[in-house]
Design a protein around this ligand. Structure first.
Ligand SMILES: Nc1ncnc2c1ncn2[C@@H]1O[C@H](COP(=O)(O)OP(=O)(O)OP(=O)(O)O)[C@@H](O)[C@H]1O
Length: 266
């Protein structure tokens, strides 16, 4: 059963390196006096089988963090390790391969290819990586996300929530080390959003997937094990076992501080 992980896996996980690690990661856009410090020395390690939400005021560096951690962008200095392997200095070709096989992505806008069937979309990462396309696993994943009979349809024939379920199946097909989700519920209504978050939670609990999710929504964040808070490019706090109200209170405080800072700088 694709969702179940056995206790042996849990034992093994303890002796394995973190799924993702950042060491003193910085990212500056531009140079000299006009440079923007989007990340200012971020240190963190996220264990395999964990679900982490990343929050922060607008412009705090969440997208930059996600892009550097996922190998879509390179930090200006510092290191990013995926499953213990330093990826900062990999060639473009190797980074591209890594993104196709060792990292999964779920985007706000689903990003399915409209001309492919649902099943072909799920298989796309394996196809792009030149790997054997495991139709059985793709079908199984579609069943797991509640779409057992939708494989031959086109994305345009599905609702937004169903498309996001397909995107989750696609993100899991290669058994990636980390699934990065960027506002995965931003385009969904409340009930559908809850279902999608429940699926991400199940992927972590039952499959041992590791999920890192950027979100503005305290309710979405409360599905994670931990929330990391970013402000002005730095990690300024975290919250284990988050509840929506505590997350919302922290965000109000951080946003007020960011506005105050921006006001003082203007
Ligand atoms: N390509 C770029 N060139 C210059 N500055 C950039 C670039 N991308 C981001 N920035 C700046 O870096 C900082 C962090 O941006 P980032 O998009 O990572 O923040 P964010 O927390 O994801 O914001 P939001 O919640 O609004 O999406 C901001 O000051 C932003 O203006």
């Amino acid at each position: 059963m694709a969702w179940r992980r056995d206790s042996m896996d849990t034992e093994r996980d303890r002796s394995r390196p973190p799924a993702i690690e950042l060491r003193a990661a910085t990212r500056a856009y531009g140079r000299g006096a006009t440079a923007v410090q989007a990340l200012r020395g971020v240190d963190l390690a996220l264990e395999r089988g964990s679900f982490t939400a990343v929050m922060g005021p607008s412009g705090s560096g969440k997208s930059t963090f996600l892009q550097c951690a996922a190998g879509l962008d390179r930090p200006t200095s510092g290191q990013v390790l995926l499953g213990g392997e330093e990826i900062t200095h990999l060639s473009e070709d190797r980074l591209t391969k890594l993104r196709r096989t060792r990292v999964g992505f779920v985007f706000q806008s689903f990003n399915l290819l409209p001309s492919l069937t649902v099943l072909q979309n799920v298989l796309l990462p394996q196809r792009l990586a030149g790997e054997r396309q495991d139709r059985r696993r793709a079908q199984q994943l579609l069943a797991e996300v509640g779409l057992p009979d939708h494989g031959s349809r086109r994305p345009g024939q599905l609702s937004g929530g169903q498309q996001q379920r397909v995107a989750i199946a696609r993100a899991l097909i290669t058994e990636p080390e980390v699934v990065f989700a960027d506002e995965p519920t931003g385009a969904l209504d409340t009930r559908t959003a809850r279902e999608v978050l429940g699926l991400l939670r199940r992927a972590v609990d039952a499959m041992g997937a590791t999920v890192v999710m950027v979100t503005h929504d305290p309710v979405a964040a409360s599905h994670a094990d931990q929330v990391l808070f970013l402000a002005d490019g730095a990690l300024v706090g975290n919250l284990w076992h988050p509840d929506p109200q505590t997350v919302a209170d922290r965000m109000v405080k951080l946003t007020a501080e960011a506005d105050e800072f921006a006001g003082a700088a203007a």
